[in-house]
Write a new protein. Structure first.
Length: 130
């Protein structure tokens, strides 16, 4: 995780420097706020990954001299195909459309989001079996 942390911290540093220069010279707020958000999007997960990389044993991916057999192991189970992420997306889309077309669209949006959470939870408890 150390490589991922370095990449994200580097991106956060880049956006932080660009934010400082842009904020100082542009006299414009929106772009500076977006670059500040980009800086946070680099520093927050990068700091978290760096914090964890110092507390866990190195992975085979972090060792430049590792062999392919060191990284072998149990792959795990992947979820089966599901309709619930699509349902969740439709509900969120309706809630965003409520900002444009009217607050009444929040009601079906919240209904779809709730239905997606219940369906996804039920499907996860069944291990994806129909």
């Amino acid at each position: 995780m150390r490589v991922e942390a370095k990449v994200l911290l580097g991106l956060g540093l880049f956006f932080g420097l660009m934010f400082a220069v842009y904020w100082h010279y542009s006299n414009e707020d929106a772009g500076g706020v977006m670059m500040f958000g980009g800086m946070l999007l680099g520093f927050l997960p990068g700091g978290y990954y760096y914090w964890w990389s110092r507390r866990m044993k190195p992975r085979p991916e972090d060792n430049p001299g590792a062999t392919q057999s060191e990284g072998a192991g149990v792959v795990g189970a992947f979820p089966s195909s599901s309709i619930w992420p699509f349902t969740l997306g439709c509900g969120c889309f309706l809630m965003v459309l409520a900002l444009v077309f009217g607050i009444w669209l929040v009601i079906p949006g919240v209904g779809l989001v709730g239905w997606a959470f219940l369906g996804g939870t039920a499907e996860g408890r069944r291990s994806g079996k129909h």
